[in-house]
Design a protein around this ligand. Structure first.
Ligand code: PEP
Length: 248
């Protein structure tokens, strides 16, 4: 089954209009011959200027979150329609930092994912275990719950992207080994096959995220079930282009 690789950056709460524009301008020629889909998910306030900066290139601009309501009294939130106004295609949902610091739950992940799909946005749904959950052999149980609840009611699994991000590997410099990442992502695919259908699970793009960088991307991307990466720290510099060109 051939799945087109997909490398996405997550700028988190970093960059300004000037530094973001400069990075995108510098990345454009470096990623123009990439054999994968490429996105940069950026802070909401930077979206309009980054969309302009990326115009005419293969870089899609994505968001880091979306609210589940269409509109209303949700001070500080951003709706799917607001993202669509600027041509946003991808949106990260359920990042572990949102779960840890902003009370995101599997239930709110589910609501946001359904809202994004309804608006024709492609959700990048993040799942992953903490260090203590891995050490207590609870990885599969945690992933089961995150997938069962987070993806409840979804009609077409192939319209979303899953990012497997072990929490202990995010921003820590501790990458999962190629084998650990492959084994867990293969488990996720098997679980998706049980929850939806084996054929759609074979089609769904599953990224690895967690200290992926220019040095370790080749080994991770060589694994049969790993279809791409969600890149934090390394997406803030030109290393992102090396990751995008992992096959060269
Ligand atoms: C992330 O924030 O999704 C991430 C994977 O971060 P980092 O690459 O910095 O570990």
């Amino acid at each position: 089954m051939s799945r087109k690789p997909f490398i996405a950056g997550n700028w988190k709460m970093n960059m300004t209009v000037a530094s973001g524009k400069k990075l995108i301008e510098d990345l454009k020629p470096l990623v123009k011959d990439a054999n994968c889909d490429v996105a940069l998910c950026v802070p909401a306030i930077l979206i309009p200027e980054m969309v302009k900066a990326a115009q005419g290139s293969s870089i899609h601009i994505g968001a880091e979150n979306v609210h589940f309501a269409d509109k209303g009294a949700y001070t500080g939130e951003i709706s799917a329609d607001m993202l669509k106004d600027y041509g946003v295609k991808y949106v990260i949902i359920g990042h572990s930092e949102r779960r840890q610091y902003f009370a995101e739950t599997d239930e709110t992940v589910n609501k946001r994912t359904l809202t994004a799909l309804n608006a024709d946005l492609t959700p990048i749904v993040c799942v992953g275990e903490t260090l203590s959950e891995r050490e207590n052999n609870e990885t599969e149980k945690v992933l089961d719950r995150q997938l069962e609840v987070g993806l409840k009611g979804i009609e077409d699994l192939t319209k979303l992207v899953i990012a497997y991000e072990p929490v202990w590997a995010i921003g820590t410099g501790k990458t999962a080994t190629d084998e650990q990442a492959q084994e867990t992502i293969a488990y996720i695919r098997k679980k998706l096959g049980q929850l939806f259908c084996p054929n759609c699970a074979e089609k769904v793009i599953i990224q690895y995220g967690g200290s992926m960088n220019a040095a370790n991307c080749k080994g991770l991307m060589a694994q049969p079930d790993i279809d791409g990466g969600l890149i934090g720290g390394a997406s803030l510099k030109l290393d992102f282009a090396t990751i995008v060109n992992f096959d060269k």
